[in-house]
Design a protein around this ligand. Structure first.
Ligand code: ZN
Length: 438
């Protein structure tokens, strides 16, 4: 029903668009021909069509061609050295692979959506640099609108100084820094408000937070054939949400339900704010080229010391998400006292480990597991001291068979079902043990 109504709306929109085109055609005559019909689609967001980098390791200029003027906020971050450009949502139509190699002070750059209505471009720098200028030029002399950023090399001390100045400006009046965190919080509030309430009272069902890894500007690992981890895990997470919600016993909150970047700390905060009974982070792994082959699913829990070298490598690469998305790592607040963390964590870890074992037990019946399917390492996203948390690596996008499964609906349904079973067993067990202790 809903979809038919949607179709009707779409049809009406299409008709209005067609009518508008006809009007344009009638009044503007020949001008329409040179503009083509495309602007109707393109008009929604500014389009970036090309990019150029010029200069050397002293001074570097970045130029992005746009179909109209936009606002830009530029700032620097350290550890690693980066420049962040926050712009309104942009439709990036840049050549494939662009940004993988930079020039001069820009080692590489990436771009993408960080929140609805907001895009971001992140430069990885070869060393400390300052933003000399960041501006947008009007289209002129046959040239399109251009976003221009000029960088110059500085020493470490000057770089630090510049960062302090940025912070002062934020504390002062207008906020120059991006507030991805704020945005994410708003999303969560909306999610919680929209949650179904039980008849005549608050919703007391256990909350399960499902956390699709990566998103927006952060693609995660990418298969040779182009499938991005962020998309695979979002599809999986949505299927898992649907499966768990169908039973009606749990309330599910997603850390993201679209292609949006969410910092790692924010994902943890969502779990804690929701007083979640369980946090399940969904990822897919890849081995770097030339480092052999590995396959199968692995379930990770938090530990100070990684269970093996591969777990350590993986945690390191997953923890890079914030740096990739342009989050200032030094600003991440630690909002719980260390002593409390220690006490709460012992119990939480027991629950996390129990759930991890349950998932492996269920998964082994329906999916291929890694040869050591239970591992642990220092994943930032698993650090909520009071929420049992696991991270499931569904498989390796670098392995042909795994990738085939990851994109298969049949495999997804089976795997989602087995994690659902593990959830049932986890909460069933908790209830039983609570009862037997009294
Ligand atoms: Zn990942």
């Amino acid at each position: 029903m809903a979809s038919r109504a949607n179709q009707r709306v779409l049809l009406r929109v299409a008709l209005v668009c067609a009518a508008a085109l006809l009007c344009l055609g009638g009044t503007a005559g020949q001008a329409v021909e040179s503009q083509s019909v495309q602007p109707v689609v393109a008009a929604i967001f500014p389009v970036a069509s090309d990019v150029r980098i010029a200069g050397d390791d002293k001074q570097t200029r970045f130029v992005l061609d746009l179909d109209r003027k936009i606002d830009v906020r530029a700032f620097t971050l350290a550890d690693p050295y980066r420049v962040i450009l926050d712009v309104p949502q942009v439709n990036f139509q840049l050549p494939a692979g662009v940004g993988q190699a930079g020039r001069g002070l820009i080692k590489a750059f990436r771009y993408g959506l960080v929140m609805p209505g907001g895009s971001r471009i992140v430069f990885d720098l070869t060393g400390p640099a300052k933003i000399e200028k960041a501006y947008v030029l009007d289209a002129a002399n046959g040239q399109p609108s251009r976003l221009v950023v000029e960088l110059a090399t500085v020493d470490k001390a000057t770089f630090k100084q510049a960062m302090v100045v940025q912070a002062l400006v934020v504390d002062g009046k207008t906020q120059l820094r991006p507030s991805v965190d704020e945005q994410a919080k708003t999303t969560v509030v909306a999610d919680a408000a929209g949650a179904p309430k039980g008849p005549g009272g608050p919703d007391l069902r256990p909350v399960i937070v499902i956390d699709p890894g990566h998103g927006g500007i952060d693609n995660g690992t990418v298969a040779a054939s182009g499938e991005a981890e962020k998309t695979l895990v979002l599809d999986f997470a949505k299927a898992l949400r649907e499966h768990i919600e169908k039973g009606g016993k749990y309330r599910v909150v997603m850390t993201r339900s679209d292609d949006t970047f969410i910092p790692l700390g924010e994902r943890v905060r969502i779990a804690r704010n929701q007083k979640a009974a369980l946090f399940v982070s969904i990822h897919a792994d890849a081995l770097p080229r030339g480092e052999g082959d590995a396959q199968g699913a692995t379930v990770y829990t938090l530990s100070d010391k990684a269970s093996d070298a591969e777990a350590e490598r993986l945690a390191e690469s997953e923890n890079r998400a914030d740096a990739i998305g342009g989050v200032n790592l030094t600003e991440e607040p630690t909002d719980v006292a260390d002593i409390l963390i220690d006490l709460a964590q012992r119990e939480t870890r027991t629950f996390s480990n129990r759930f991890a074992r349950l998932v492996v037990n269920e998964l082994k019946n329906v999916a291929r597991l890694h040869k050591h399917p239970l591992k642990s390492a220092g994943f930032k996203v698993l650090k909520a001291p009071d929420v049992p948390s696991v991270l499931v690596e569904l498989g390796y996008v670098s392995n042909k068979d795994d990738l085939q499964q990851l994109v298969s609906e049949n495999w997804r349904t089976r795997t989602v079902g087995s994690i659902g079973q593990a959830v049932e067993a986890f909460f069933g067990k908790r209830v039983v043990s609570a009862g037997s202790e009294h």
